[in-house]
Ligand binder design. Structure first.
Ligand code: CA
Length: 226
């Protein structure tokens, strides 16, 4: 059984999340503050962390930073409606997805499932090469011009989708689909943040991308070799 660590200081919300995730077949652990959350990430090794950003003892964004310092466990962030900048920063720091409060329990479970599915999918033995970008699907390893680049699983899947067919434009909706998010309109903007992160990691000059090109009003494409 897979374990979700719910980090939430409001008992009522924690209870709702726990109930629905348990009903969906997950084992659930709950932490009410950042300190116990970080301790449980280390000791209990959950399969996914559902993290409220408004915690009593520490900024949730710092918790993402600390977790990412030593673990690639998938993180789904819980944010209040209107906290868009937190959401974006959360993704930049390596969270995989977010759910806006008040959430529908069904949406919460769907997102947890989707993130877990893409994090734990058996990747086919395949290596994609596009220009000097090499993506090893079995090892989930990305190298750019011989340099190994650390990507989150979401970033890796996005880059795979783009690099599979250089020159082909993918819309945000298609990219969302590639990472198997639930294609709610508002979440398409999350793609832009992920792309920005990937560029920061692989582009020599992120302001003049040579790998991932923006196609204004449409989406993105992986540059064709010249
Ligand atoms: Ca809170």
């Amino acid at each position: 059984m897979r374990t979700v660590l719910v980090v939430e200081d409001e008992p009522k919300i924690a209870r709702v999340a726990r109930d629905y995730l348990e009903r969906a077949g997950f084992a659930v652990a709950v932490a009410g503050d950042a300190r116990s959350a970080l301790a449980q990430v280390r000791s209990a090794k959950p399969d996914l962390v559902l993290l409220d950003l408004g915690l009593p003892d520490q900024d949730g964004l710092d918790v993402i930073r600390s977790v990412r310092g030593g673990s690639r466990v998938p993180i789904v962030v819980l944010t209040a409606r209107g906290d868009e900048s937190d959401r974006v920063v959360g993704l930049e720091l390596g969270a995989d997805d977010y759910v806006v409060k008040p959430f529908s329990p069904k949406e919460l479970v769907a997102r947890v499932r989707a993130v877990l599915r893409r994090a734990t999918d058996e990747a086919p033995r395949e290596v994609i090469r596009a220009g000097d970008v090499t993506l090893d699907l079995a090892k989930l390893r990305a190298t750019v011009a011989e340099r190994v680049v650390e990507l989150t699983s979401t970033e890796f899947q996005l880059l795979v989708a783009l690099a599979r067919s250089p020159g082909r434009v993918l819309t945000r909706a298609q990219l969302l689909d590639a990472v198997r998010g639930v294609a709610f309109e508002s979440y398409e903007r999350a793609i832009d943040t992920h792309i920005k992160n990937i560029r920061r990691k692989i582009e020599p000059d992120p302001r003049k991308p040579r790998y991932i090109e923006t196609v204004y009003g449409v989406g993105y494409r992986f540059a064709e070799d010249e």
